[in-house]
Design a protein around this ligand. Structure first.
Ligand SMILES: Cc1cc2nc3c(=O)[nH]c(=O)nc-3n(C[C@H](O)[C@H](O)[C@H](O)COP(=O)(O)O)c2cc1C
Length: 370
């Protein structure tokens, strides 16, 4: 089947050759290696800033609650520098969680250390322009659930900072991997389905805001057909997470990639999280225990990392940093392995350049070649 040529994607001052953003994936699933490979292949590579300090030489676990925040900052600077060395001319961004206590600090650090783009999710980043004010060249891209959130954000940013977002990402709770921006009972809601929200949001931005703000679709996007479908709905680009996990350059432990490769559709499940949002992940011993609400899960707070945390405040769920880190280092049974609904569709681990060539090529035979 022949497809038309993909358009480029303009985000602020940055023009990506292809309209593909690799979604930020924490902890250390998308670091400098994956982000730079995607950037070199013409997409936008994103480093996830979540908990980078924990598995870094800067973290001192002997101190009370460690020096987590200081380590996060230093490790983020390292990761941006590494990505920049590997991709001197590519577009490199940083993903930051608004729900994290050190979000303002990380945003400032990312902007001051050469990030081209900052993507902020898990909460509305109402004050983000304030944290990056000294670096207006950095493009700011919030993740929103729909028109209402976009409206609040555009109004506040315009009024308080005289600027608008450089792009908006809409993530589909029915398919996306990681934390989901909807309550458990709303995950399948048609009103939140990206294919419905994208045209609504594009119309709102064009007619009410009267600005050309690119809209990015995320969640469940796997192949060229999915990309074309989203562009046809009015999206200017896509953000993809799960598909980039089974690549050679993905920063996760090889066992993590292998676990994704071996997954079957029925292994994808929903787990509760201390953040207060459900998360989509692969079924394993840890996920079973989390779903069952096991008392045995480790509840000691190691870093005071979240503004609101069910584990720290009520001894419910588990310590998110600990389990994400454990999985990323290869303990795929006792760690939290986030995954989108498409997990398991990959046939083998491929270089990012090969995957990108498949996604952007004029010809695409099938989605199962990688
Ligand atoms: C392993 C994993 C970790 C993720 N971590 C983050 C994160 O730290 N911050 C964030 O905003 N989104 C995170 N996400 C969401 C992705 O950035 C992306 O939006 C999502 O994976 C898109 O859905 P897809 O996996 O179906 O492509 C994560 C997703 C996965 C699979």
């Amino acid at each position: 089947m022949t497809f038309r040529t993909l358009p480029s994607l303009q985000i602020g001052n940055h023009q990506a050759r292809y309209p593909i953003i690799q979604g930020g994936m924490g902890i250390r699933i998308s670091g400098a290696s994956l982000a730079s490979a995607v950037a070199n292949a013409g997409g936008i590579g994103i480093i996830s800033a979540v908990g980078l300090g924990f598995n870094s030489p800067y973290y001192d676990s002997n101190r009370r609650r460690g020096n987590f925040f200081e380590a996060n900052k230093k490790a983020l600077i390292d990761e941006i520098q590494k990505a920049r060395q590997l991709s001197p001319h590519g577009i490199i961004g940083v993903n930051i969680l608004v729900a994290a206590r050190d979000y303002p600090d990380l945003a400032e650090t990312a902007a001051a250390n050469g990030a081209d783009v900052i993507i902020a999710g898990a909460g509305l980043p109402l004050q983000l322009p304030e944290y990056t004010a000294e670096h207006p060249e950095v493009a700011l891209v919030p993740i929103v659930s729909g028109v209402r959130a976009a409206q609040i954000l555009c109004r506040k940013w315009k009024r308080n900072y005289g600027r608008l977002p450089d792009g908006l990402i809409v993530e589909c709770p029915k398919t996306a991997g990681g934390h989901l921006g909807a309550k458990y009972e709303d995950l399948d809601s048609e009103a939140l389905n990206t294919e419905r929200v994208i045209p609504e949001l594009a119309t709102y931005l064009r007619e009410q805001v009267k600005a050309e703000i690119p809209v990015i679709a995320a969640g469940g996007i796997w192949d060229r057909e999915d990309i074309d479908r989203m562009l046809a709905k009015g999206a200017n680009g896509v953000q993809m997470g799960t598909r980039f996990i089974t690549t050679e350059e993905c920063d996760a432990h090889p066992r993590y990639k292998e676990f994704h490769l071996q997954a079957r559709p029925e292994d994808v499940t929903i787990v509760p999280s201390p953040v207060g949002l459900p998360g989509r992940a692969l079924r394993n011993a840890f996920a079973e225990a989390a779903i069952a609400g096991s008392e045995d899960l480790e509840k000691r707070c190691i870093a005071n990392c979240l503004k609101t945390c069910a584990c720290r405040e009520r001894k419910e769920t588990y310590c998110i940093i600990r389990v994400l880190d454990r999985a990323a280092r290869g303990d795929v049974e006792n760690g939290l392995v986030f995954a989108g609904a498409n997990a398991g569709r990959a046939q083998r681990i491929v270089p990012v350049a090969e995957l990108m060539a498949e996604l952007v090529g004029a010809h695409s035979q099938s989605s199962s070649t990688a």
